[in-house]
Write a protein that binds this ligand. Sequence first.
Ligand code: DAT
Ligand code: MG
Length: 140
Amino acid sequence: MATNRTFTMIKPDAVKAGNIGNILQMITDGGFEIKAMKYTQLTEEQAKEFYAVHSERPFYGELVEFMTSGPIVAAILEKDNAVADFRALIGATNPAEAEEGTIRKKYATSMGENAVHGSDSDENAKIEGDFHFSAEEVVA
Ligand code: DAT
Ligand code: MG
């Protein structure tokens, strides 16, 4: 059953480019409600754990280095069908393949530096949200 929450990060490239506000606007215009949010910088340990599923991939080192290279915005978002609808809003992993009107089409610069994260399943949305937020940090 599809739950109604997903987890996102505005990645260091988009924060550095000054696009936090633009991306949050697209997220709220897309009908997502922010249930928790923080501005923070991932440690190497946190980035390695968050992306552990990719640890055997050739780009893992680069990915960890990039994700720790500057501050991010982490957030839990709520909407009906949140995971799938948010993946549609962010667009393809490779911005060259992302559809017009998606966040990655507008703000991502490359496959590695692609502006935003979005959970890929309800199970991972829960794991990733819990990784970044305690229960008290999520609004009722
Ligand atoms: P997504 O972020 O769309 O869920 P993913 O889970 O396959 O994509 O990969 C996680 C991140 O790793 C992705 O946002 C950027 C990076 N990445 C994936 N494939 C890559 C590649 N071939 N080269 C460089 N970075 C890559
Ligand atoms: Mg993914």
